[in-house]
Design a protein around this ligand. Structure first.
Ligand code: SF4
Length: 347
């Protein structure tokens, strides 16, 4: 049994239930919040929460943000333990950038359909078909895929990363087809091959839905994540003059928060995972933020429940480890991205 348990912790842990959606059974009430804070202090742990997390997880965290921004906080913190409330590849990135620290994820089953859409084996085979190509991978990839990558990118710097590579070298871009299409369009390169991967949540935010919402809210700005299925539609709507071009903003989640804080618009339609609305509404309470698709919820992100977080802090589980060789090759691909310029935040 953990040395960190108090007389309050055990009765709470006795309520834990494991099910298909993750750990449940514990309410996010004042007792829970006090135990989370006490356990985090005793472990000298910092709690990081991604912008797509449940509101109660975002509110108890020491920091909220996007995947890469949180990994950088993890690398700079004095804490001994990093509790990464997000999906598994994000916790891996924190471990890659902070190999000496203990990194825990409240539920290691929290995966990502986009990261799962390309395996290291598939990337190896693709590279064999294009032996001279450079590999550019979005940060939503496993450590093994990053280790086979020349340069990583985020949604905010993907265009700059690809534009910085020699014009005569073929590029293999993975895994997101919508971000890849955005990069191809913006750079005008025709020697870029795009993996047909997608995030099931973002792909579900469709062009017709965006068009309908834009017509119903003619005064609203549009914040679009480039991973969205609707990203091409937004550019089309602007190009056709159906939506004023200055209303359409292609933004990473971190850039959305910056834009919200400076917004002069009364209402904004948001095309990304709906957890983002919690941070946007906190950042700019006077602006009416509405989702383009209110069902765009990532079930993996929502596996980080209040119950899972308490279990994590109390039991020291689930631990995230990346083999040393894989971590150092993956770190090199992240560092090459950082050397190219402003990495932004990605998802
Ligand atoms: S929203 Fe999509 S890309 Fe993001 S963690 Fe969930 S499945 Fe992965």
């Amino acid at each position: 049994m953990s040395q960190f348990l108090s007389p309050l912790t055990s009765p709470l842990l006795n309520k834990l239930v494991d099910g298909p959606g993750g750990w449940s059974g514990i309410e996010a009430d004042a007792t829970w919040a006090a135990e989370i804070k006490r356990l985090a202090a005793e472990r000298n742990a910092v709690i990081l929460a991604h912008n797509y997390q449940l509101p109660e997880i975002q509110d108890i965290a020491d920091y909220t943000g996007d995947s890469l921004g949180l990994s950088r906080i993890a690398a700079e913190t004095d804490a001994d333990v990093i509790i990464f409330c997000g999906v598994h590849f994000m916790a891996e990135s924190a471990k890659i950038l902070s190999p000496e620290k203990t990194v825990l994820i409240p539920d290691e089953r929290a995966g990502c359909s986009l990261a799962d859409s390309i395996t290291a084996e598939q990337l190896k085979e693709w590279k064999l078909e294009h032996p001279d190509a450079l590999v550019v991978s979005y940060v939503n990839t496993t450590a093994e895929v990053k280790a086979l990558t020349d340069v990583c990118c985020t949604s905010s710097n993907a265009v700059d990363v690809v534009a910085s590579l020699p014009a005569d070298r073929e590029i293999l871009f993975c895994p997101d087809q919508f971000l890849g299409a955005h990069v191809k369009r913006e750079t005008g390169r025709d020697n870029i091959y795009i993996w047909a991967g997608e995030c099931h949540v973002h792909a579900g935010i469709s062009g017709p839905e965006l068009t309908r919402q834009a017509e119903q809210h003619p005064e609203a700005d549009l914040y679009i994540h480039p991973e969205c299925g609707c990203a091409n539609s937004a550019i089309y709507l602007a190009g056709e003059g159906l939506v004023a071009a200055d209303r359409v903003h292609m933004l990473s989640t971190g850039q959305m928060l910056d834009a919200a804080e400076k917004s002069t618009s009364g209402s904004v339609l948001v095309a990304t995972e709906i957890g983002m609305l919690h941070q946007l509404r906190k950042a700019a309470p006077a602006v009416d933020f509405q989702p383009v698709n209110s069902r765009a919820s990532c079930s993996y992100m929502k596996m980080i429940t209040p119950s899972a977080l308490l279990r994590c802090l109390a039991m020291g589980a689930d631990q995230v480890d990346v083999p040393t060789d894989t971590a150092s090759a993956a770190r090199a691909s992240l560092e090459r991205m950082i050397a190219i310029g402003q990495p932004g935040g990605g998802e």
